[in-house]
Design a binder for this molecule. Structure first.
Ligand code: ADP
Ligand code: TYD
Length: 234
């Protein structure tokens, strides 16, 4: 099937004269492509490159991220910047609520967009909760808590940009003050391991493509494109 074309929806095998009758039916569903990875793995960079590439091929796409800038997302930012204190389970639940609103809200909910044919590129989704919140909350609890989202909209693919925490820290650090480097690196080591554990638990359920993100932007983008191109074929 060609990329971005309307899906031709067959109405049975009715013969009209000698020709089969076909009508242009509902728009083809857009793809839902999620980028995952530890901080500094290059997600925003690759999302921007992919969006440019898709648009140059006339594929309409929408770029978004979690946490969002909704009122629920604002509460999450308050917690992350330590202006608000909350138990780790409450934080995990805020991410769940932010995610559901991201999917379902009437203004720019991504379920509606995908259904209408827009391809959505998203910086983080529920695997981020499994990787980050499981530092403090059991992974099984998190997976359960996110079932409303996973049952509502599962990514066509989770692109995991895999990079060593040391290399990611180098990238983050360049141009910034060097603060608590050891502490930050050890946290990212744990988060990366949690990602790998989560992918293992959900093997056969979730589509995951691991990409070596420790290379040049162009090399990473070529692998991303290889996976994404596959989604639009067939
Ligand atoms: P993320 O969104 O995953 O936190 P970014 O895309 O913001 O990561 O990248 C983090 C930093 O690393 C940015 O300064 C970005 O310009 C740089 N960067 C991104 N990809 C690469 C790459 N492949 N090689 C070197 N630096 C990169
Ligand atoms: P952000 O500054 O957007 O980081 P990045 O550019 O690396 O994505 O902050 C997002 C932070 O929120 C990041 O450190 C991971 C965290 N996070 C969670 O802890 N759980 C989640 O479910 C999500 C979506 C993000």
């Amino acid at each position: 099937m060609e990329i971005g074309k309307l899906e031709r929806e067959k109405i049975g095998e009715t013969e009209v004269g000698k020709e089969k009758s076909v009508k242009i039916g509902k728009a083809e569903r857009g793809k839902f492509i999620v980028f995952e990875g530890i901080d500094g793995s290059g997600k925003s960079t690759q999302i921007q490159m992919l969006a440019d590439k898709l648009r140059s091929r006339n594929i309409s796409c929408y770029v978004t991220m979690e946490p969002t800038d909704s009122p629920i997302g604002a509460m999450i930012h308050q917690v992350m910047t330590r202006r608000m204190q909350a138990d780790a389970k409450v934080v995990a639940a805020l991410f769940v609520a932010d995610r559901l609103d991201h999917l379902l809200n009437e203004v720019n909910g991504i379920c509606k967009m995908v259904a209408e044919g827009t391809t959505v590129l998203m910086d983080r989704y529920y695997f981020s909760s499994y990787a980050y919140q499981s530092v403090e909350v059991p992974m099984e609890w998190l997976i359960q808590a996110n079932t409303l989202s996973s049952a509502t909209l599962r990514p066509d693919v989770n692109l995991f940009l895999d990079i060593s925490p040391q290399a990611a820290m180098e990238r983050i650090r360049s141009g910034r003050f060097q603060t608590e480097l050891y502490e930050e690196t050890s946290r990212l080591v744990q988060v990366r391991q949690n990602y790998l554990d989560a992918f293992d638990r959900l093997k056969g359920v979730e589509e995951v493509a691991r990409i070596d993100a420790g290379r040049s932007r162009k090399e990473v983008a070529a692998d991303v494109w290889h996976v994404v191109e596959g989604l639009f074929k067939g």
